[in-house]
Design a protein around this ligand. Structure first.
Ligand SMILES: Nc1ncnc2c1ncn2[C@@H]1O[C@H](COP(=O)(O)OP(=O)(O)OP(=O)(O)O)[C@@H](O)[C@H]1O
Ligand SMILES: [Mg+2]
Length: 324
């Protein structure tokens, strides 16, 4: 627990220069230590998720990478350069969307994109391309104030993509969106990944988002990295990759921590009134578990078997869930 997965360090691009390097960065706000000594490297073409619950320090970390906030300690290099003295070069390499985007409500979708395009001295052709990429062709004459949540997020993404950035930084691109709107954003990003060498860093609370879009996941909580690696590396633990969740006819906290014969342990989640077991050999262990229930006169109300998820991993490490 609490260690970085060593395999994650052996990325094939290891020998190349990282596009983002965060070195022992800390940041406090008065009494709150938002980021406490974070280190990571991101290489060209990689997609990386910063996954963590509310208050983990994701936005603070992103804003330091974006040059919006300054670390108290530590260093950040973008394409090998620090922000100080390289602002205009780095702004050309980065596309970003903030956790909350405030548009000028009196502009249309087209006018908004045109305005941002003018900052990069880009013409209408690029605006048209972006409108196609984000699928807002039917909304170009709509005022931004009248867009749905998902359309606003697509517009924010379009602005981030305008200057064809080498590095795309997205702070919670789909938070608050319904599953359909979320999938629309995912599909734009997956297309982008397929057709470009853009490096993507996004923050999210949604493990599905990290799994779908990012080949590397950095789990952060309370300002620290808890674990990082590919999904497989993160979930591959010696105690197994299958989860059984069960409920009993009567709440039974006393079986918390009980070890069953075959060497697996029951955890009782009192908040959800559920038992949880992690198994590595379900075919052998499930019958033993059922036997255990039988012998102890415990009656099942519900039993579910599923693959272990990042949320389960987060719970194992912190005792909390990603969504509280
Ligand atoms: N400007 C600020 N002043 C004071 N405290 C701050 C400030 N910005 C962030 N914090 C605190 O730092 C911690 C990390 O906040 P941050 O916004 O980075 O978290 P987050 O992971 O982005 O959370 P969320 O998922 O809710 O967006 C929180 O405890 C927050 O209250
Ligand atoms: Mg945030």
């Amino acid at each position: 627990m609490g260690t970085n997965n060593s395999k994650a360090l052996h990325h094939p691009d290891m020998k190349k220069n990282p596009v983002i390097e965060v070195k022992n960065v800390t940041k406090s706000f008065k009494s709150v230590q938002a980021v406490k000594g974070v280190d990571f490297k991101i290489f060209k073409g990689q997609s990386v998720a910063l996954l963590g619950p509310n208050g983990a320090g994701k936005t603070t970390l992103m804003e330091m990478i974006e040059g919006i906030q300054k670390p108290d300690k530590g260093e950040i290099f973008i394409s090998g350069k620090k922000w100080k003295g390289n602002e205009s070069t780095l702004h050309r390499e980065i596309g970003l969307s903030l956790q909350e985007t405030h548009f000028l409500e009196r502009l249309t979708v087209f006018e908004t994109l045109k305005l941002f395009a003018s900052f990069y001295e880009l013409g209408q052709q690029r605006v048209d391309e972006i409108i196609r990429i984000i699928g807002l062709q039917e909304k170009i004459r709509s005022y931004v104030v009248n867009l749905s949540g998902g359309q606003r997020q697509r517009l924010a993404l379009g602005i981030a993509l305008l200057n064809d950035p080498k590095i795309l930084l997205l702070d919670e691109p789909t938070t608050g969106l319904d599953p359909n709107a979320r999938r629309e954003i995912w599909s734009i990003l997956m297309d982008l990944k397929k057709h470009s060498q853009t490096s993507l860093v996004l923050t999210t609370h949604y493990m599905e988002e990290a799994e779908q879009l990012c080949e590397r996941i950095i789990i952060i909580d309370k300002g620290r990295i808890l674990k990082q690696g590919t999904l497989e590396q993160l979930l591959e633990e010696d105690n197994g990759d299958k989860i059984i969740e069960f409920a009993l006819d009567e709440s039974n906290r006393s079986i918390d921590g009980v070890s069953v014969q075959a060497g697996f342990q029951i955890q009782w989640d009192a908040n959800r009134d559920k038992g949880v077991i992690v198994l590595n050999q379900i075919e052998r262990q499930l019958p033993e578990f059922l036997n255990f229930l039988n012998q102890n006169n415990l009656r099942l109300r519900h039993l579910e078997c599923r693959r272990k998820t990042l949320d389960d991993l987060f719970t194992t490490m912190t005792g909390r869930r990603l969504h509280e």
